[in-house]
Write a protein of this length. Structure first.
Length: 581
């Protein structure tokens, strides 16, 4: 018999405490610490620093993703302290705990990158585990790198206890040759080196200065994209997504989040009251207007799944037809996130979109007010800035995130088509079975103008883990082939990738999707206007190849990667691991 999942709604609380906190505010912690029979629990907590009076306060967890494995998160321990201060000064008892993070930028292009998307599930699971076990009445999650953010929100949605997300903030750019540089410039310098356009010494010189300190990668890559999406979703305080990691503004944001989560607790506002279908449409709209990462499509679908909201890749097509790209931000544009911060961040953009009827203003947010109320007195961008364009002068009149169908990706594929790459590409397939082989093929000249690079076996199940193809795409750009070749994969892309590239091909090769049987020399047409990818062979030939196909053996049979591959669903469904339940 199939068992239903345990309810995450508030249980009946124990008897009211003698404090000013209502029973409803302590619905979970009272069960853990109230009464004579819970004396052992109190004894354990006294050892951690609890005072007698703390047991009558709401317990508020602070999920910190601090780690020294990446500059994106190396400052978050201090931000968590600021969040705890905001909680403690406003009548709550903060309890800080940690979860993991990994570094995409460091592991990119290696076998280790297979753990990247897996870490999103581990983060969500671990936060749910701690909050559920400890009986926290509310919590604040602080994230900095790509997978931290959707992982935190997935846990928030599952638990449905009053909660707020705080973004760790963007890194300040490095400077090389008088220009802003960041991580992607290093990857592209490697490609230029292979093309004989950049010396090894120059590559190292860029590497030494591109990442000057703490904070998430500086362009509108996945971290800044997801932070902006979460703010537009209503789950962060205004402009939390557009602050430097090391700044007084970010410290204040953390302290205010601590106070705000207690306000949510007192008002009884829960995450699923905020994360509605309209709220997800707001998040999608802001991602598109900012020219954000393809990863946002998968992550928002996963977050919506955890919130009980039906969101599909076709919703991205529907919303994308009416929302323009306005921000000239890297990787396709020229500015880093820090420059957007300098002119006012995301709030003026959201006000523009609201006034144009492109945002839902009646949705609730973590301020306890609606989106329209939050934006009522929002400032405008300063005159003369060219980072964010006006609605009547967009960079692209509709979305850059294009969902493809066709005989090569009947379950969907996803491209970031800024318009600079063109809207159609036709070429001959050159097939690689793994990312490393593709990178060497590009660097050593096997890939030539007119080729459609096909990298397969990198999907959620096949990799497993759906690696990001930043190394190959950066090599393409570095070798000057950005407009001369296209790339198709059942893997995914870093927010730093650009060019004529399509990922998230579904069904993936491991599941016997058509990408599994593409051969060298096969003609492929990518049409962004029609949103189609066509493998130019007769249908009977495609059917014959698929009938002969045999599923390969899994790459891993033990450990977290094996468990992930056995439970993960397709990229078009968010690549979550609990969908079948």
């Amino acid at each position: 018999m199939k068992r239903s999942a345990p309810s995450k709604s508030a249980p009946k609380a124990a008897k009211s405490s003698k404090s000013g906190s209502s029973v409803a505010e302590r619905a979970f912690s009272s069960i853990v610490v109230d009464g004579i029979e819970r004396a052992p629990s109190r004894g354990m907590l006294y050892a951690t620093g609890f005072k007698k009076e703390d047991f009558s306060k709401p317990q508020v967890g602070v999920a910190s993703t601090w780690s020294m494995v990446t500059p994106c998160n190396m400052h978050i321990d201090q931000l968590a302290v600021s969040v705890a201060q905001g909680i403690n000064e406003n009548g709550g008892k903060a309890v800080v705990f940690n979860t993991i993070t990994i570094s995409d930028g460091i592991s990119m292009g290696t076998e280790g990158m297979k753990y990247s998307l897996v870490s999103r599930e581990v983060i969500a699971d671990s936060i749910e585990t701690v909050v559920g076990c400890q009986g926290f009445d509310a919590f604040v999650a602080v994230g900095g790198c790509d997978k931290n953010m959707p992982g935190c929100i997935m846990a928030i949605a599952r638990l449905n206890r009053p909660a707020i997300f705080v973004y760790g903030g963007t890194i300040l750019p490095g400077t090389h040759g008088g220009k802003d540089v960041d991580l992607v410039n290093i990857f592209e310098a490697v490609g230029k080196n292979a093309a004989g356009q950049c010396s090894a010494e120059e590559v190292e010189a860029i590497a030494e200065v591109a990442i000057p300190g703490a904070g998430s990668c500086g362009g509108m890559y996945t971290a800044n994209t997801m932070a902006s999406a979460i703010e537009a979703l209503g789950m962060s305080l205004p402009n939390s997504s557009a602050q430097a990691a090391v700044s007084q503004e970010k410290t204040v944001d953390c302290e205010q989040a601590g106070a705000a989560v207690l306000n949510l607790l007192r008002k009884g506002i829960r995450p699923r009251d905020i994360m509605t279908k309209k709220a997800f449409e707001n998040a999608m709209t802001v991602v598109i207007a900012l020219g954000g990462s393809t990863n946002a499509v998968m992550h928002l679908i996963a977050m919506a799944h955890c919130a009980g909201v039906k969101l599909t890749i076709d919703d991205w097509t529907r919303v994308g037809k009416r929302v323009p790209v306005l921000a000239d931000l890297k990787p396709s544009g020229k500015y880093v996130m820090a420059r957007l911060v300098e002119i006012g961040g995301t709030v003026p953009l959201m006000k523009m979109l609201l006034d144009a009827g492109l945002l839902h203003g009646d949705v609730m947010t973590v301020t306890g007010k609606t989106m329209a109320e939050n934006l009522r007195n929002a400032p405008k961008y300063p005159e003369g800035q060219d980072i964010v364009r006006s609605l009547d002068n967009p960079i692209k009149k509709d979305s850059h995130l294009v969902v493809f169908r066709g005989n090569l990706c009947p379950g969907g594929g996803l491209g970031k088509i800024s318009g600079k790459e063109g809207l159609q590409f036709a070429g001959k397939a050159v097939v690689f079975e793994r990312e490393e082989d593709a990178l060497q093929g590009i660097l050593k000249g096997k890939v030539k103008a007119g080729h459609v690079i096909v990298i397969r076996g990198e999907g959620p199940k096949g990799g497993p883990g759906m690696r990001e193809m930043l190394s190959p795409t950066s090599a393409i750009m570095g070798k000057g082939l950005g407009k001369e070749v296209a790339l198709i994969t059942d893997g995914r892309f870093s927010g730093g990738s650009h060019g004529f590239v399509i990922g998230h091909v579904t069904p993936e090769a491991f599941d016997g999707g058509p990408i599994a049987v593409v051969r060298n020399g096969d003609p492929i047409v990518i049409d962004a206007k029609k949103r189609e990818i066509t493998l130019g062979i007769p249908a009977r030939e495609l059917d014959a190849r698929l009938r002969k196909w045999k599923q390969p053996k899994p790459n891993y049979r033990r450990g977290v990667l094996a468990k992930y591959a056995a439970s993960v669903c397709s990229a078009s469904e968010g690549a979550v691991t609990d969908r079948q339940f």
